[in-house]
Design a protein around this ligand. Structure first.
Ligand code: M6R
Length: 369
């Protein structure tokens, strides 16, 4: 059942191009228009939405952080992403014009379920993004957009994450399409790029051997830091989460701009720091700022592990290790940038003799609050 792989996690990492393609299947028509009729919330209701709130836990929460950027950019609707376990305890402001998006692979996470129940009690509409047919979260929601990752067995979420991203991009683009924003042309272009993105995920998977070798060489380390900005920040958080749960290492993700406000004091000789670099073509200001960050930490002794777009030459002088990813539209970059971090964590866990599919103290679905 592991299809020739040593671990389910390896199999599930390898299945990502298909999972991404399957989640797009039938949802984009030949003319490049999204058809999400399965989301049974009428367009008239979606046009009236004045706020989106995303609730989720763990890896799904990281997908939600990226979704927030996509939703706000393409729809101009204010959007916040909140840890489901915190949500109902802060008396959130919700009403009939709020769309709550609950993201969950299992559909059984109690924290997320309690958050959506609270949202519905306040009159909000709830859309579930879920991978498990007929599970509790979609059953209790107003509508559901299923991710088509197939069963995810390994405790560490991989293919479910990529498909959550795809589903969230579809929701964001669909809201943009229904409401007609000034980004119409960009939305069309992104829909086209999204429909071909599984090939880019495949390309990343084919070039992972140096990442594995690097991971093995770091097996004795105690700490790894991850830096990113914009969509790269949640990717950094996700890279750190994977390393904690699989390699049992101290790992932290930071927004690179925050470095100077404290975390830079952590940098010491030979400390591995993974940096997710935004595309130089997109928000080029951010790109240049991150290149300066890489310079700064390297000058203080960090061992820089740089994830950068193909053709980005500016990072080359400051990268002790360079991991290339294909060029994508800015907001879609997490679909390719996360994959090396999954491989990295899986290989480090293996090198440290840890149980990859069943990390200690963790369960695949967390059905207690
Ligand atoms: O089933 P869910 O997506 O609701 O699960 C949420 C988290 O428990 C889950 O993503 C967890 O963080 C993973 N083990 C991360 O790899």
């Amino acid at each position: 059942e592991k299809g020739g792989y040593d671990y389910f996690m390896l199999k599930e990492i390898a299945e990502q191009p298909k999972a991404v393609a399957d989640t797009l299947l039938g949802r984009i028509d030949a003319g490049g228009t999204l058809s999400l009729d399965e989301v049974r919330i009428p367009a008239s209701v979606l046009r009236e939405i004045d706020k989106v709130v995303i609730v989720a836990c763990g890896t799904a929460y990281h997908a939600g952080l990226i979704a927030k950027l996509a939703i706000e950019h393409w729809t101009r609707i204010p959007c916040e992403t909140e840890l489901a376990s915190e949500f109902r305890y802060r008396d959130p402001i919700l009403d009939q014009r709020t769309l709550v998006v609950a993201i969950s692979q299992s559909g059984e996470t109690m924290d997320t379920l309690m958050a959506l129940r609270h949202a519905r009690e306040q009159g909000a509409k709830v859309l579930a993004v879920c991978n498990t047919n007929g599970s509790t979260i979609p059953r209790e929601s107003d509508a559901v957009l299923y991710t088509h990752a197939g069963p995810e067995v390994a405790v560490a979420s991989t293919k479910a994450f990529l498909t959550q991203l795809v589903a969230c991009y579809l929701v964001a683009l669909y809201l943009g399409q229904v409401r007609g924003t000034k980004w119409g042309d960009e939305i069309q272009a992104v829909i086209r790029e999204l429909s071909e993105i599984s090939g880019a995920v495949d390309t990343v998977l084919e070039t992972m051997e140096p990442v594995r070798a690097l991971a093995r060489s770091l097996a004795e380390k105690n700490t790894v830091l991850f830096l990113g900005r914009h969509v790269g920040y949640p990717v950094a958080l996700e890279g750190a989460l994977k390393l904690k749960e699989l390699a049992y290492m101290h790992a932290e993700g930071f927004a690179a701009g925050e470095l100077k406000h404290g975390p830079i004091a952590l940098i010491e000789d030979d400390l591995p720091v993974v940096v997710v670099v935004p595309s130089p073509r997109g928000r080029s200001v951010l790109h240049d700022k991150i290149v300066s960050n890489i310079q700064e930490i390297r000058a203080r002794g960090a061992r820089t592990i740089v994830i950068a777009e193909e053709g980005d030459e500016a990072v080359v002088p400051y990268a002790d290790h360079l991991i290339r990813i294909p060029a994508t539209p800015t907001l879609l970059q997490p679909l390719v940038a996360t994959v090396p971090l999954q491989v990295f964590a899986c290989e480090l866990a293996t090198a440290r003799g840890n149980e990859v599919d069943q990390p200690r103290n963790l369960a695949k679905s967390v059905t207690v609050e």
